[in-house]
Design a protein around this ligand. Structure first.
Ligand code: C2E
Ligand code: CA
Ligand code: CA
Ligand code: CA
Length: 274
């Protein structure tokens, strides 16, 4: 048994080494991607549920890793945070997204994801100021999406940074709402401009009364705090119907549009088709 145990430990150690090696390799490739400007941005539409009108677009980072193909940001962002590349990447995303949005024929909002590490640095405030000035984007068109876990790391500092950014006229949305362990506490300590209901609630909202009750409660919370709620991950007509019935303000998800390029020509034709 001892030999078997030793063998197993040895196996795990090799597994760990292998994982660490893969993360290091990915970190190296991320730094190269930063230098070579190899990232791209995809935009996913957000719409008002009552009017059906576009309200904005969320910016989602895309990376085609040489030799591997497209890698999900859910996979590479944690590595970028670990190796510090997130600061350069985050700065690039913010700058590029604002420059793009400033050229759009319509003044839609642009929602940019911000990492918890960025939220720990007061430099973020100056960066936002600078990017707004250089791009000429109206501050009210920029929205930063922050998660509760990002805020919790150093709460006082994060909230101070957020309120400085908010005083510029930039909007702050709380992302993945309902998955954190202190959602209500976070909501109480900062005047968010939007609540983004996590997409995990969507999968069962039509079938599971429990999930539906939670969604209903969060929407009621948003109403009493006068904070609009956007539902993420809306994939079916039935989900959208429930959200409409329950008074949800906005929706985002594959049903409304996949992340990608914005086709303005296509959009102009929309009213004619309806
Ligand atoms: P998130 O902020 O919650 O972004 C929404 C994710 O849900 C995106 O995945 C999007 O493609 C996906 N999604 C949208 N609609 C649907 C739907 O109807 N069904 C399903 N199943 N999924 C849907 P993506 O692009 O892979 O991004 C994953 C995560 O990576 C994001 O989650 C965000 O936390 C992070 N991320 C993406 N871009 C950035 C960035 O520029 N900076 C930072 N710090 N994080 C980013
Ligand atoms: Ca987000
Ligand atoms: Ca989210
Ligand atoms: Ca998420």
């Amino acid at each position: 048994a001892k030999a078997e145990f030793d063998q197993r430990i040895c196996y795990y150690e090799r597994e760990m080494d292998e994982q660490a090696r893969q993360r290091r390799a990915m970190a190296r490739d991320l730094w190269t991607a930063v230098e070579e400007n190899a990232f791209t941005l995809a935009y996913q539409v957000q719409k008002s549920i009552s009017s059906g009108h576009i309200t904005g677009y969320e910016v989602l980072l895309r990376w085609d890793r040489p030799g591997f193909g497209p890698v999900s940001p859910a996979e590479f962002i944690p590595v970028a945070e670990e190796c510090g590349a997130i600061y350069a990447i985050g700065a690039w995303v913010l700058k590029t997204a604002c420059e793009d949005a400033a050229t759009w024929p319509e003044p839609y909002k642009i929602a940019v994801n911000v990492s918890g590490l960025q939220l720990a640095q007061f430099e973020l405030v100056d960066m936002v100021k600078m990017v707004l000035m250089q791009s000429g984007l109206a501050p009210g068109r920029l929205e930063l999406e922050v998660t509760e876990t990002a805020i919790i790391a150093d709460k006082k500092r994060a909230l101070a940074i957020l309120s400085q950014i908010r005083s510029l006229g930039v909007q702050i949305a709380i992302d993945d709402f309902g998955t954190g362990y202190s959602s209500l506490e976070t909501l109480r300590s900062f005047p968010f401009d939007k609540i983004k209901l996590d997409r995990s609630f969507m999968s069962e909202v039509e079938t599971n009364e429990q999930s539906k009750a939670i969604v209903r409660a969060i929407l009621a919370l948003g109403r009493s705090l006068r904070v609009p709620v956007l539902a993420e991950g809306v994939e079916t007509r039935a989900q959208l119907d429930v959200l409409r019935d329950e008074g949800c303000n906005e929706a985002q998800g594959f049903l409304l549009g996949r992340p990608g390029r914005i086709d303005w020509a296509d959009m102009l034709e929309l009213p004619l088709r309806a």
